[in-house]
Design a binder for this molecule. Sequence first.
Ligand code: SF4
Length: 347
Amino acid sequence: MEAIQKKDIRALTREELRSFFLERGDKAYRGDQVFEWLWKKGAHSFEDMTNLSKSVRSMLMEQYVINHIEVDHMQRSKDGTIKNAVRLHDGLIVESVLIPTSKRTTACVSSQVGCSLDCKFCATARLKRMRNLNPDEIYDQVVAIDRQSRLYHNRPLSNIVFMGMGEPLMNYRNVLKAIDKITGDEGLGMSPKRITVSTSGVPKIIRKMADEEVRFKLAVSLHSAIDEVRTSIMPFNATFTLSDLREALEYWYQKTKSRITYEYVVWEGVNDRQKDVDALVEFCRFAPSKVNLIEYNPIDDGDFRQADDIAIDMYVDALEAAGITVTVRRSRGKDIDAACGQLANKS
Ligand code: SF4
């Protein structure tokens, strides 16, 4: 006899759960009870749902599973950063990071197992993209980090960045569903303004986000405003060129009036010339923007090296002179390979 493929009950909405019980001649509020167990109380087993009768629990068990993540391994850095290796229900692993500063705790979460893109400087790019994360797997990473923030830093999570493994706009629908749950009253009730989706720049989806009037923030990993250079380090730029990206970002700004953040690393011999600086200043002019100059953390082969302070100062001076906000961000969690671009399931 063929085994019945059980469905993940967490894929059902509250309404679907209510209908499920109604269709079986039971009360709709049973659906609410199950929903609360799954989302408010974080139940990992039907056995835990103690206000349901034994027969209801068995019936659910026959038809459904509760897929959930497990923090398989946790590493704590000297600076308070925590890196989690998160095991998914099918055994695959992704990583997520808690980044504390004096004022905030930020969760950096993954959206794909591996990545569909192939940025040359990124450790995740070495892993083949295995699959997209589903909305619950993204949401669960946030919940796990919120717990760690309360436990180790005595405060709730304050911000979320989609800057872990994967390109979030290549898994846009699921990222959006996860954000709905994170911001919804039935989830964490967090403000969308505290969430940043960081993309390498997929013009079509940026336009879609603008049309859907999403309320979270947008960051773009730019790293160069010269097509040739950007294509050499981010090969998909040959398809999604800077002019396409710029048009999409202009559209985004017209629709949302939300400032764009550019993430930018300066590498020795790659983008440390005056003409690289000038191109970035020019690229930033069309809409209010902010540039984060991020410290680079070398990955194993060491092909990319962070440029010296002279190059960084050259960028800072030119951006400030053009009236563009610029910050220089030091990386955290370097001792546990939890810094930007280092997530590669090594732990
Ligand atoms: S930098 Fe981001 S988009 Fe590029 S390969 Fe790494 S995870 Fe993917």
